[in-house]
Design a protein around this ligand. Structure first.
Ligand code: ADP
Ligand code: MG
Ligand code: MG
Length: 252
């Protein structure tokens, strides 16, 4: 589904990704772990097409489609989902309205009919039921006063509505509480599907107590330096990232 080959990228004139290659098959969940500043969030932002990231070499395809040639909206329409790491608050703009606009923008880009408010509400009710979520977040302003856990629930709800092919979840390095972690994990587990791939970016192992990844990759100094099964995450938990330094070529 996702194929990244020899990706090199710069942020603010600085080389961050230095030859990153990664392949994720449909139906799989891959965890990306690694020390602070390794380039994990940069990778997610580049896949989504966020501004400010300069790809200098390499290729990224989604089901054979050249993602790097597409605008961010086109990537979203093609099925790439990246939750906002620092979601904007839009007080006064109803969250339901915002989500419907996001969904309809994608449907329009795909040449599908837009949903009217009745159709959208029906879909919302279905998704809330599947995710066992309450509808309280929908009636508030976009992210207005949302706690960390509520933002994560909203993120999972967006994911369920948009039904992406590639879902990228960046859990950031800041501590999410256990409820937020569980909300993310439950959502991922419920949304796992043979038609969908997940990249779960996390600095800490604890999220992977709840999401069992098919593969775990360690990103360090802009490259994948180690890949393995879920046991790799436990090793990292036990031994930290210090050993990673040995994997980084001198002068790299
Ligand atoms: P991680 O998510 O693995 O902690 P990041 O991808 O956030 O790492 O950051 C990788 C490196 O890129 C860091 O040195 C960081 O300071 C730098 N960086 C990321 N985004 C920006 C930006 N917008 N402007 C300048 N430097 C950035
Ligand atoms: Mg960081
Ligand atoms: Mg990060």
């Amino acid at each position: 589904m996702l194929k990244i080959e020899n990706l090199h990228a710069r942020v603010a004139g600085k080389d961050i990704l230095k030859g990153l290659s990664l392949e994720v098959k449909a139906g799989e969940v891959h965890a990306i772990m690694g020390p602070n500043g390794a380039g994990k969030s940069t990778l997610g932002n580049i896949l989504a097409g966020r501004e400010g990231y300069e790809v200098v070499e390499g290729s990224v395809t989604l089901e054979g489609l050249d993602l790097l040639a597409l605008e961010p909206e086109e990537r979203a329409a093609a099925g790439v989902f990246l939750a906002f790491q620092y979601p904007v608050e839009i007080p006064g703009v109803n969250n339901t309205y915002f989500l419907r606009a996001a969904l309809n923008a994608q449907r329009k880009a795909r040449g599908e009919a837009e949903l009217d408010s009745m159709q959208f509400l029906k879909l919302v009710r279905e998704k809330l039921a599947v995710l066992h979520l309450k509808d309280e977040l929908l009636h508030r302003g976009v992210n207005e006063g949302f706690s960390g856990g509520e933002k994560k629930r909203n993120e999972i709800f967006q994911l369920a509505l948009l039904e992406p092919k590639l879902a990228i979840l960046d859990e950031t390095d800041s501590g999410l509480d256990i409820d937020a972690l569980k909300a993310v994990a439950d959502g991922v587990n419920l949304m796992r599907s043979a038609k969908r791939a997940f990249l779960v970016i996390t600095h800490y192992q604890r999220l992977l107590d709840y999401i069992k990844p098919d593969l775990v990759h360690v990103l360090a100094d802009g490259r994948i330096v180690e890949s393995g099964g879920p046991e790799l995450a436990l090793e990292l938990e036990a031994h930290g990232y210090a050993w990673v330094k040995d994997r980084i070529a001198p002068g790299a």
